[in-house]
Design a protein around this ligand. Structure first.
Ligand SMILES: *Cc1c(COP(=O)(O)O)cnc(C)c1O
Length: 493
């Protein structure tokens, strides 16, 4: 305490050692017992802020008191993404080797913006990006980087597409230029809204987005895509990019990349493939069919922080057009240039909106070595098998109905009791089904044992079971199924 107040430097290294050991014990205890907690804490919005002092601490406090408060105020009020019953959205597991990587990353304090500011951060990133590229079976023309999220990866890719369209937007902007037509990006109705945000951020606006209709499996219709492009061309609008999704966020639908790539090639458009969730499946050679044609893309995004068990954050952006990304983001400034004027083989800040960059390659390097590609494949494969099994239970139960194909590890379904199977008043039946399923998911999540989320498919309220948490075992899927049937029966009563 007195050292904290009188000292002018950091915590004493020996005090740090002791405290870090205690923190590691805390972390191991958390992971060992997380399953006993409710996945979602039973608390109401706004109830946490009042637990903390309204004004900042003026005087130093002992570490023991701070860590006590961590146990008392932080852990119980978290949504437990590390819980095996977390089956909502898409899983983000922080694997143990990934956590170790995060600890070391924090301690070594790299800023991987320039080669000079982190030689190892820069070159290990090149190594790990290439390992992942090889792992998913893409050709060596693909190079790339690690970013924080798929949203940023897609933003960067579309900035590249915007530059590649030849209007020098990075240099000149787009506003007030008579020679710049209205620019267009094509994506399916089911694409992730990070693409919308990218268009908003890049000065293209949501008006630049053309949402292409989908087929009965929620995949983009390439005929409708070709038609939309033709319509835009004849109205003197300028198509610049197509975004195909392999594994949509709602139902994990797979856009037909070969047909879409053919359109992109014919029209000279940038093709971006968003495979943030499903991409890691391509590690498994016999499961690569949904990815056919993605090697024809200009850019691809895959999130290690989804199905590769990497702690947030880590998104992989691969591209054959690093030159376009450089045009979009490279600037020189005296304060980042080497004093001797030498040019580094790579300064990653040349390709990103940010200057400072985390050393994300470290945790991936540790994780890839600890699991090995084979260890990752086995786990991903297991999740897909669990999802297939769960889907078969849904299909075999007359009271439940599956609402989308299951190409990966996410099952979309709803409860549909016999009383609501047929009837003349379709409108009121579908409203009642929506309400019933909303009540069902609320009841199941209320048990605290599992956490499921929902979506809308074809206007229908749809429950999603997304398997992808490293800690989820078959028994957790069985339990979720038991709870769904138990709570459904209770609703009927
Ligand atoms: C999750 C997801 C995103 C967004 O990922 P972030 O890393 O959170 O930005 C984008 N696209 C798809 C298909 C996703 O599933």
């Amino acid at each position: 305490m007195s050292e904290q107040l009188s000292g002018l430097t950091d915590m004493d290294p020996e005090d740090f050692r002791a405290a870090a050991h205690a923190v590691v014990d805390q972390m191991a205890d958390y992971l060992a017992t997380v399953e006993r907690r409710p996945v979602m804490p039973p608390i109401t919005p706004g109830s946490l802020k009042p637990l903390f002092p309204a004004s900042p601490p003026e005087q130093p406090e002992p570490l023991a008191a701070i860590l006590d408060d961590y146990r008392r105020l932080v852990e119980p009020n978290a949504t437990h993404w590390q819980h095996p019953g977390f089956m909502a959205l898409f899983a983000t597991t922080a694997s143990a080797p990934g956590i170790l990587g995060e600890m070391l990353t924090a301690a070594i304090g790299q800023n991987a913006m320039l080669w000079r500011t982190s030689p190892i951060g820069t070159e290990l990133e090149q190594v790990v990006v290439d390992w992942l590229r090889q792992g998913v079976g893409l050709p060596p023309e693909f190079d790339g980087m690690l970013t924080d999220t798929a949203s940023t990866s897609s933003l960067i890719a579309l900035a590249g597409a915007r530059e590649a369209s030849g209007f020098s937007a990075a240099a000149e902007g787009l506003a007030g230029r008579d020679e710049v037509p209205s620019l267009r990006i094509y994506l399916s109705r089911e694409a992730h809204n990070s693409i919308d945000k990218a268009a908003m951020t890049l000065g293209l606006g949501r008006a630049s987005l053309v949402h292409i209709p989908v087929d009965e499996a929620y995949a983009m219709r390439p005929d409708a895509l070709a038609e939309a492009i033709e319509t835009d061309r004849s109205a003197a609008r300028r198509p610049i990019a197509i975004v195909a999704t392999v594994g949509t966020t709602s139902s994990t639908a797979v856009d037909p990349v070969p047909a879409i790539a053919a359109v992109a090639e014919r029209e000279g458009l940038w093709l971006h493939v968003d495979s943030a969730y499903a991409g890691p499946v391509a590690l498994i050679a016999r499961r690569r069919a949904p990815f056919a044609g993605w090697e024809r893309a200009d850019s691809i995004v895959i999130n290690p922080h989804k199905w590769l068990f990497t702690p947030l954050d880590a998104s992989l952006l691969l591209t054959r057009r690093l030159d376009a990304l450089r045009t979009a983001f490279s600037l020189s400034r005296a304060y980042i240039e080497a004093p001797d004027g030498s040019v580094a083989p790579r300064d990653y800040t040349d390709f990103t909106p940010q200057l400072g960059r985390r050393f994300r390659a470290l945790k991936l390097w540790i994780q890839l070595r600890w699991f090995g590609l084979e260890g990752l494949r086995r786990r991903i494969d297991h999740h897909i098998e669990l999802a297939q099994e769960f889907a078969s239970w849904i299909d075999a139960d007359p009271e439940f109905e599956r609402l989308a194909p299951v190409p990966f590890s996410t099952v979309c379904f709803r409860y549909r009791p016999a009383a609501l199977r047929d009837g003349t008043d379709a409108g009121s039946i579908s409203e009642r089904l929506d309400a019933l399923n909303a009540r069902l998911i609320t009841a199941v999540n209320g048990t605290g044992e599992v956490f499921l989320s929902h979506t809308k498919l074809g206007g229908r309220y749809t429950i999603r079971m997304a398997i992808g948490n490293l800690r989820t075992e078959r028994r957790h899927i069985e339990r979720a199924w038991q709870l769904l049937r138990r709570e459904a029966a209770a609703l009927d009563g």
